[in-house]
Design a protein around this ligand. Structure first.
Ligand code: 13P
Length: 340
């Protein structure tokens, strides 16, 4: 294992004021989002959409790394340029999602376990050969009546740790993503309690599997009230609850924390990240940034709708969200940015 290479990659992903762009939606997820907007659910439409994202002018000013889906990593621009070359020319680090999705966890009604460890060592070697420098694995934790169970949290944490260890063996920096979902009417306090528990469980397993914390990135949820909870806390309250939880549960050796957006409105995700960086900058041992999919892509997707004539306008919207999140990382985002 080349430890320095892993540390360099992890640090580069969270360097300066940039963040990550997740564009690794599986085909079923991507197709679902396309279907809602009347976009054809074809390989060509997915390729064209990913070309739109990756050829957005000046994307590399705000984005340090992109997370690709398996289908995308081998695709090309219409003019034949491989996407991997487009990414590298933009000064962006390519990464890939390597999990096989969340499935029902046996014996645990309504809970999930992420699959994909079988054959992972060989797949990681192939990803590295193609040029990926980091990988991602998402575990899903659902809050509900009596859940998450200890069994679900431990099982997902163990699998995440086995994945992370295999990544480091292959020279790829792992992004470790335990996502506590926003769905439900639970309170912010319940989300905080579950998130802290999940993170402690994950870091315990990472320790047991000898994962080098300096060579990985954590991708957690923000601590939020459930989507249908009647009480919705302010931006500052969310920022306080989230950073306090992370300070308790995430070791200082981790170079960076990059949030998923989880279905939050794009502007709110920027405002919350901004508040965390404004209120806690000097107290945090790790960089605090973004690794959003929907909160960067959704406005652009809604403008594009599969129309060639809309590509430039969609790219402008994508760049705008990337720029807002870069400002949030510096603690310089304001609602006024949304009016420009
Ligand atoms: P969202 O930002 O849309 O939650 O997606 C992030 C991600 O990578 C999910 O795995």
């Amino acid at each position: 294992m080349n430890a320095q290479k892993l540390v360099d990659t992890a640090r580069a992903l969270v360097a300066g004021d940039k963040g990550l762009l997740a564009m690794d939606e599986s085909n079923p997820t991507c197709n679902k989002r396309f279907a809602k907007l009347g976009i054809p659910q074809t390989v060509e439409a997915r390729r064209a959409y990913r070309e739109l994202i990756l050829t957005t002018p000046r994307l590399g000013e705000c984005i340090s790394g992109v997370i690709l889906y398996d289908e995308t990593i081998r695709q090309e621009r219409k003019d034949g340029t491989p996407f991997m070359k487009v990414i590298k020319d933009a000064g962006i680090i390519p990464g890939i999602k390597v999990d096989a999705g969340a499935k029902d966890l046996a014996g645990h009604p309504s809970e999930r376990i992420t699959e994909g460890l079988d054959g992972l060592r060989d797949r990681l070697a192939e990803c590295s050969r193609i040029g990926a420098r980091f990988a991602k694995w998402r575990a899903v934790i659902i809050i509900g009546d009596g859940i998450p169970s200890r069994g679900c949290m431990e099982a997902n944490a163990q699998v995440l740790a086995c994945y992370a260890a295999l990544c480091q063996e292959a020279g790829l920096a792992p992004i470790v993503e335990p996502e506590v979902l926003m769905d439900g009417d639970h309170t912010l306090e319940r989300c905080r309690e579950v998130t802290e528990n999940v993170l402690r469980t994950v870091f315990n397993q990472l320790y047991l599997q000898r994962v080098m914390l300096e060579g990985m990135i954590l991708k957690p949820n923000m601590v939020l009230p459930g989507l249908t909870c009647p009480k919705q806390e302010t931006v500052d309250e969310v920022a306080d609850a989230t950073v306090r939880c992370l300070l308790r549960a995430v070791p200082a050796a981790v170079p960076g924390i990059a949030f998923l957006s989880g279905g939050q409105p794009a502007e709110l995700a920027s405002a919350r990240l901004n508040a965390m960086n404004v209120r806690f900058k000097s107290q945090m041992p790790w960089a605090l940034t973004f690794s959003f999919s929907r909160a960067i892509q959704q406005p652009a997707l809604e403008i594009w709708r599969g129309e060639e004539a809309q590509v430039v306008a969609a790219q402008r919207a994508l760049y705008h969200r990337a720029l807002c999140n870069r400002a949030a990382r510096r603690g310089e985002y304001s609602a006024a940015m949304e009016r420009t």
